[in-house]
Design a protein around this ligand. Sequence first.
Ligand code: SF4
Length: 370
Amino acid sequence: MKYVDEFRDADLGQRVAARIAAEANPNRQYAFMEFCGGHTHAISRYGVTDLLPPNVRMIHGPGCPVCVLPIGRVDQVIELALKHGVTVCTYGDTMRVPASNGMSLIKAKAQGADIRMVYSASDALELATKEPEREVVFFAIGFETTTPPTALVVREAAKRRLGNFSVLCCHVLTPPAIAHILDSGESGEGVVLDGFIGPAHVSILIGSRPYEPFAASHSKPVVIAGFEPLDVMQAVLMLVRQVNEKRATVENEFVRAVDRDGNLAAQALVDQVFEKRESFEWRGLGEVPWSALKLRAQYEEFDAEARYFVRYKPVPDHKGCECGPILRGVKRPVDCKLFGTVCTPESPVGSCMVSSEGACAAHYTYGRFR
Ligand code: SF4
């Protein structure tokens, strides 16, 4: 398949691996965080870590939209469905994220709540348009990649004067989360992080420019990479070179899709509908300032939190679940005592076992038990 197979070429992979081994300084350790769950999935699926020398380590980051949803946000949606009787529309993975008291959206559905799995935000908008007697809430999650479609439906709902449609907005932002990880100084499984692999799809939207301030202020290189195994290997080589040369700049391996400015039309659309929240709780990272979006005042009537007065209440993670430290890059899935025994993709205890982009699910699916 063109544009895919060429980025999965085994011989080329071995050659890049040989270059990394040749250029990595044997007298030092390298620790790089791949922020995005898409990269975590690719690394596990294609055995990228097996191709790296022992002194080059990959640390998984928090860039999986389902994983970073705190329990309290899922509780909020369940409350909307069960107590307020609204129809909740959401993406498939979100339905299985464990909430408080053994609940999840799929279990709430089994109890009679009207919860629909949708493939896009516009599915939710169309449902609200076709069935005006129904109150429809779209549970909007995700990073910068999924934000423009939500902005579009909100704008369209305003244009159609839809009084039965609203959005529970849990969209989060990548650069503040990376900066937060660096500021906390905690991540890296006990070692200092030397740099980041920047996300692919997110960067198509925002461009490479937003990573520049913290690359400079924290002296940490960032290489934006595609999701294929050769993309990731090449990004690791570029990071090793930056570290060796004592450089900390933003480089772009994913030149076939990312430029410095990103998609300006999509950015303008998002800016028209959303503004930054002062603070937002992430699972694992806690409250991160200016790291999420809310609807602007002119679209407040489409804000489900305001419309139904459902307050967010923080809830601690499930006992024994290590999703928090895993999302901060402090622990690995195998460090969790529940991994692969009590907690499996069929019966997830924590959010990191739900989505294929979650570190625990990726390790379990591809037999990465070390
Ligand atoms: Fe949480 Fe399950 Fe991962 Fe353990 S294995 S950290 S319980 S998601």
